[in-house]
Design a protein around this ligand. Sequence first.
Ligand code: GDP
Length: 201
Amino acid sequence: MTKPNYQKAEFLLSVAKSNQLPLDQGMEIAIVGRSNAGKSSVLNQLTQNKSLARVSKTPGRTQHINLFQLDTQRRIADLPGYGYAKVPPEMKHHWQALMDEYLRNRDCLRGLVLVMDIRHPLKEFDKQFLTWCNQCNLPVHILLNKSDKLSNNAIKQTERLVNEHVATYGIPITVQVFSALKGIGTKEFQIQLDKWFTNED
Ligand code: GDP
């Protein structure tokens, strides 16, 4: 199968419940991250299309799974994130139920992209998410975003710390440095997505 063209991404639909998802066929890759980690900026950088991530920020859609279609067989799912302590418990419950359903039952899901702010890696949200992926046996690619905010030494140190942590899980987890602002790491990120999207099994 040929590599997808990420610039062809188009909004498909927004769902609040897993039974509203499109047919479980073809291939899907999902992207997730705590609020403010830069998930929307990563999507913009990947697709070179600012209007896509704007969809996910539309009031009323921030707790939905927003799907973008690359072609008839391949989609990117933008998963809702949270991350502030003041998030009400009902919202956490809704999020947990939706994520649990999605991660456990979505057969076409090929891998997860977890976006973290490189200055605040491995928060509770991130660890919970990795534990889930581990239980569901799903591979994860971690983007250490906002690397433009740190010195090279600090970047290396954080990369090492995160790599040490992820080695404790039983699933394939890759880690890379990224900056949505400066476009750092875009090629490496696309190579990982291409691998997931072209591997027919
Ligand atoms: P989301 O809530 O995870 O979707 O995060 P956004 O994409 O809206 O980004 C949150 C804030 O971080 C915005 O002010 C962005 O401009 C900023 N941001 C995102 N990526 C980067 C980056 O790579 N470097 C820097 N310096 N700022 C970034």
